[in-house]
Design a protein around this ligand. Structure first.
Ligand code: T4K
Length: 365
């Protein structure tokens, strides 16, 4: 399909080739085992753990359930410091687990938790930190983990966007006590809906396995859990996409480069500086729109592009909107008002990038 007729939108899922999927579906049908920890689920869990370099990995039904289970397993029932510049799932899951999210501002440069402000936000009731690795980059894991160690806090990373990301060459899931990944269809690796918790401590992992299956463990039922299981068909989709994830990341890296070449120096458009110690996965291509120089704000920019068949998204305006937060977290508020994500996926071409960049023109004065 030529670029002009191609749908270009954020979050367009990569789907496995149907012919390849078919044999796996026939096998599942023949076994008559479609959920509750079947062989495809087991294989995906094993292969994902190996790919991500995780000591322990448990698949879950969504990224939100991964966060919820991990927060429960880490007993985050006091105040938990997190960012207001995230998808609502982060705070929803914490509240479900009985934690009280306490917001802290972000660094304008990375759009992730500002470590200096974490220290200033600590109280006697703080029990944990839940940083979010945004857009394919990484929060300042070394500094955050060292603050947590100094104060005896648990760290749960929201790694919904961070599949395969590294910091100083180490898997991002090596940091903190646990990480929660999302395998939603819009993510770089997905199972349509799904997620996973990685953890370093065997006891945390054992508890997560129990919590995702109604609280039923090898010794029976001794605490309430939920149903957060991934089924066999979704696991099969994951196995197929895992075969091509490194091709997808490499293809996106090229798209990222094309964008940077085309958009460098464009008035009113700020590109995110590359994080030198981070192996990015190019899950998103965020830019910030400065209304004064661009002539349109982020919302008008997204609408203007949609009129030209390009579907960018404003991420994340949600949590900074309530009046109660106004003025308290200026960097997050500014990020929420100005950040848009441009389409990026491994099926795009340089011509597609040109089309997006043409639609992202400043308003003529
Ligand atoms: N933590 C963070 C930091 C997160 O960003 C998320 C989820 C979570 C935790 C929770 O993980 P999950 O429980 O969701 O696994 C989408 C996703 O639904 C959500 O998973 C994701 N983050 C969030 C950033 O994006 P919406 O409300 O923006 O989705 P929607 O339907 O408006 O679609 C987004 C874009 O994707 C549009 O351009 C359309 C496109 N799309 C979407 C779907 C579902 C497609 O092209 N095909 C599709 O099938 O939340």
């Amino acid at each position: 399909m030529d670029s002009l007729n191609k749908v270009l939108r954020v979050g367009r899922p990569q789907l496995p080739e149907l012919e390849k999927l078919w044999q796996g579906i026939e096998d599942i049908w023949a076994r008559g085992w479609v959920s509750n920890f079947g062989p495809v689920h087991a294989e995906l869990e094993r292969r994902l753990g190996a790919r991500l370099g995780a000591q322990h990995l448990a698949l879950t039904s969504t990224g939100t359930s991964a966060l919820h289970l991990a927060a429960t397993a880490l007993r985050l029932t006091g105040e938990v410091i997190t960012t207001p510049f995230t998808f609502p799932a982060t705070v929803n899951a914490l509240r479900l687990a009985g934690a009280t999210p306490v917001f802290c501002d972000i660094e304008p440069e990375t759009l992730m938790l500002d470590v200096a402000q974490i220290e200033a936000t600590l109280t006697g009731r703080t029990c944990g930190i839940v940083p979010v690795h945004l857009f394919g980059g990484a929060a300042r894991v070394d500094a955050i983990d060292s603050v947590a160690r100094r104060h005896g806090l648990s760290v749960l990373y929201d790694a919904a966007h961070a599949f395969g990301v590294t910091f100083q060459g180490r898997p991002i899931t090596d940091f903190g006590h646990a990480s929660a990944l999302s395998f939603h269809a819009t993510k770089i690796f997905h199972t349509i809906e799904g997620g996973a918790v990685t953890s370093s401590n065997p006891a945390t992992h054992t508890r997560i396995l129990k919590l995702r299956n109604h609280g039923i463990g090898p010794d029976g039922f001794d605490e309430s859990g939920t149903n957060a299981k991934l089924n066999e068909i979704q696991s099969l989709i994951g196995l197929h996409l895992l075969d091509v994830i490194d091709i997808e990341i490499a293809a996106r890296r090229e798209i990222d480069t094309y964008y940077r070449e085309r958009l460098a120096g464009r008035p009113g458009i700020r590109l995110m500086p590359p994080q030198l110690e981070v192996g990015n996965n190019y899950a998103y291509f965020p830019v910030q729109v400065d209304e004064r120089d661009f002539g349109r704000d982020a919302t008008a920019t997204v609408a203007h592009m949609a009129d030209r068949g390009i579907y960018a998204r404003q991420y994340f305006p949600y949590l900074c909107r309530p009046e109660a937060l106004k003025g308290r977290f200026p960097a997050a508020e500014r990020a929420a008002a100005t950040t848009i994500c441009l389409p990026i996926d491994g099926r795009m071409t340089e011509a597609d990038v040109v089309r997006v960049c043409c639609a992202l023109q400043p308003k003529a004065r």
